[in-house]
Design a protein around this ligand. Sequence first.
Ligand SMILES: [Zn+2]
Ligand SMILES: [Zn+2]
Length: 145
Amino acid sequence: MKCPRDGAALEAQKYESNIEVDVCTVCHGMWLDKGELEAIEASSEHDYTAELAKDQGVAPKKLADLQAQDKRGPIDCPKCGKAMETREYGYASRIHIDTCIHGCGVWLDHGEIQALEKFFDSNRGNRTLPLRWRLWASVLSVLKR
Ligand SMILES: [Zn+2]
Ligand SMILES: [Zn+2]
């Protein structure tokens, strides 16, 4: 697959222990197949932010930078080639990610995975979780048995 931002070839890399992602070495964007972001959300138990930033040799971005980044406009899905839609992830995350509405997966621009990890962390242990999150928690506890 090619990077939807700059056309560079995406490199398969491991993210956490069992999730394979496709990363652009030019812009540090990341492609996640359908379900992989949810898997990261469900599985991350400690902070990979620093690790990932170190790997890429770049510092995590601030939310304001991410929002400015969102204004770059739509991109085409690297899998099916159709225009992706920018959607807010999860419940009030304020993180907008490019989503293939045909179900291929999502594209995360540089810094967005770190922002999402932070968002996941801040949701963990929260007792007033929206239903969707509570469902995830129960799925996770089943998987861990
Ligand atoms: Zn790129
Ligand atoms: Zn697609």
